[in-house]
Design a protein around this ligand. Sequence first.
Ligand code: SFD
Ligand code: AMP
Length: 614
Amino acid sequence: MGLFTSRKTVFVDSDILVIGGGFGGCGAAYESRYWGRDLKVVVVEKANIERSGAVAQGLYAINCYMGMQWDENQPEDHVRYARNDLMGLVREDLGYDIARHVDSSVHMFEEWGLPIMLDKETGRYQREGKWQIMIHGESYKPIIAEAARKAATEVYNRIMVTHLLMDKTRPNRVAGAVGFNVRDGNFYVFRSKAVIVAAGGASHIFKPHSVGEGMGRTWYAPWSSASAYALPIQVGAKMTQMENRIVLTRFKDGYGPVGAYFLHLKTTTENAYGENYEPTWYDSIKELVGDYVDHQPVPTCLRNHAFLQEVTAGRGPIRMVTKEAFKDPHKETVGWENFLGMTIGQAVVWASQNIDPKETNPELVMSEPYVMGSHATCSGAWASGPEDYAPSDYQWGYNRMMTVEGLFGAGDTIGGTAHKFSSGSFTEGRIAGKSAVRYVKDLGSDQPQLNETECEDLKAVVYQPMENYEVGRNEIVAGTVSPSYILPIHGLQRLEKIMDEYVGGTSTNYLTNEPMLTRGMELLSMLKEDLDHIGADSLHQLQRAWELQHRVWTSESVTRHTMFREETRWPGYYYRADHPKLDDTDWHCFTLSRYDPESGEWAMEKAPVHHIID
Ligand code: SFD
Ligand code: AMP
């Protein structure tokens, strides 16, 4: 028996367990209550849902709103938009399903107190772009969290979920999850009939531009730690498009988003010599991807590609031309407020570097890659589609159920549906919640059972890093280096270096090939072996240790998918140098992977892309 297995175990029973109280999780809790009045709905969150997840700092725009009440857009239009941006590959059934319901979510946000800007002339919501509406969103997250808190039977904050639990009576059926309280150290066993994973995307998979003390400054939240992928992967759920990592144009050093600038302020970019560089690269892009370059709007990855080519040609840095726009006092206010309400660090960086966008055109950079299912990429779990709309091979039961029975997902967790953003993630949570209620009701007396020995074994595994530290720390003679353990930060830096150098990070200009990926896989397996020897000196570090585990599992999946897809589908997101072109003949398909928990083997396959909308 280990030193730390004497910690208290708390058992929590529920009908529906929501893992992660971000946008997807809040939507799931809200809708589960609506359809399941008498059900026990529990939310478990590693931080505090009041300010957790990617929207912790607030947002300045809701990037997915159709405006059907004013006939601005129809759901079909959004599917075409996302399909175009993803170079043809999206789950049109899932995307349509979100688009047809997303407006109602936004209307509820407004009812709950979110201030949405209005266009003074039309009285409609103020558009930032065709799909985006502008909000005063510093308190966006607390407003949405309040609704989830009122809907859920119980919310358990400060509990990091480490593993899912499977049913002992029936293979491939989920039965709950385990985790630990990062404040009091208690071990939690959540028994549940259905589980909805809504644990967000992944930053810090690849080495960020920021270094040293600044490494916590990334675009996607540093606490987006890949649990959304690692939890389902480890119990054998199929994943899709994990190679579709996102790289974003961002303001330098503060990672401030550019959407409000391009779309509302109508600013443009130029190279270091004041030239519009995008036309320079038109012919060469056409050579790589064919007609996709002629689509409007130009796919995000291709805009990235032109930027990267221009910098490589020696004509960087690329700047956002703000001097003109900022002469207009309204635009100047929007330009600053955009960051004050969403990415305050960017405003601070500008102040500290003497950058006034009225006087200086600020520099842009390409970010390091992130793994996400909700922005302009669609990595995540392979999910069943809506009964009334999905083709038969995209349906195996309940909407948003993964290939594991009773395991649902929403937001960054679910693959194939890009451009859902905050509102679409919440909406997908609602869809998953409704569907999970039906699943639970259909279960009848056939309830999942926990394997108690498995829970006891996991308890020992979860606290092992603290034991490693306790035993090994006496061997340290100086500093933090021990012969018998590695600290979470050391493991994280090693992971980021492997992914950066071998799997297409910034230091290789997003370039990789089969031999590099093979070596990357070898180094990842060595890292995985060493993860048994992580040392945690506190509960906080124990959380870091488990976040690292989840990031490593996700990285392995990204690497395997990148190896499998033998083409460069999205130049500007990454390049397979050994297969430099888009190949619609062989690769107009989804990539799927499955880790087999019994054998420890991974299997890869292709799945067809069904075009439902013309
Ligand atoms: O400008 C565990 N996003 C934007 N969306 C918009 O609608 N408009 C914007 O303006 C957006 N922009 C933007 C955005 C994000 C960020 C960081 C910036 C700017 C700076 C994207 C949205 O935020 C995103 O699409 C959604 O939030 C995704 O929702 P979801 O539910 O998939 O993820 P989450 O909200 O991060 O929540 C995850 C939760 O899970 C918790 N968690 N809990 C327990 N155990 C574990 N193991 C856990 N692991 C994670 C998290 O703490 C969190 O609460 S712009 O750039 O385009
Ligand atoms: P961002 O601020 O880059 O995260 O983008 C916010 C929203 O604006 C997303 O819906 C993007 O797809 C969109 N967007 C950003 N830049 C552009 C652009 N140059 N052209 C069209 N859409 C854009």
